[in-house]
Design a protein. Structure first.
Length: 131
């Protein structure tokens, strides 16, 4: 069967082998942690372009070194509320926990101070900004 060009687009992946990163500068110099999931923003025949840390930096990568992950519920810089504490915070980072098979979220309070606890998605809710 011919693979549809949309099999990877907008999905999230973990890079299981750095040698599949096609940009030698990114492969050798960018610090990509094992818990990072990256979103596919472009698909080619044998490779994809991944968005690195929700930024404008991109990472061309071979499809053969990718393992799919679910999309995170929250992205960096999104405002959330910690439900049990009624505390408002900003997502700073999301971490894929390989053994538990879900994301943890690292937050900062409204003054920018990092919170010590890591949170699961069901402990948080997105704050809708007034238009």
């Amino acid at each position: 069967r011919k693979i549809q060009m949309t099999d990877y687009l907008n999905k999230w992946f973990w890079i299981k082998d750095r040698s599949g990163i096609l940009d030698p500068i990114a492969r050798d110099q960018w610090f990509i942690r094992g818990w990072e999931a990256l979103q596919c923003i472009e698909e080619k025949e044998d490779s994809v372009v991944l968005c690195y840390r929700n930024s404008s930096r991109i990472l061309p990568t071979l499809k053969s070194v990718l393992e799919e992950r679910p999309a995170p519920s929250f992205l960096p810089n999104e405002k959330v509320r910690v439900i049990k504490k009624d505390l408002y915070a900003v997502v700073k980072q999301y971490l894929w926990h390989y053994n538990d098979q879900y994301y943890y979220y690292m937050l900062a309070d409204e003054n920018g101070k990092m919170l010590k606890k890591r949170y699961m998605a069901d402990e948080l809710e997105k704050v809708e900004l007034a238009k």
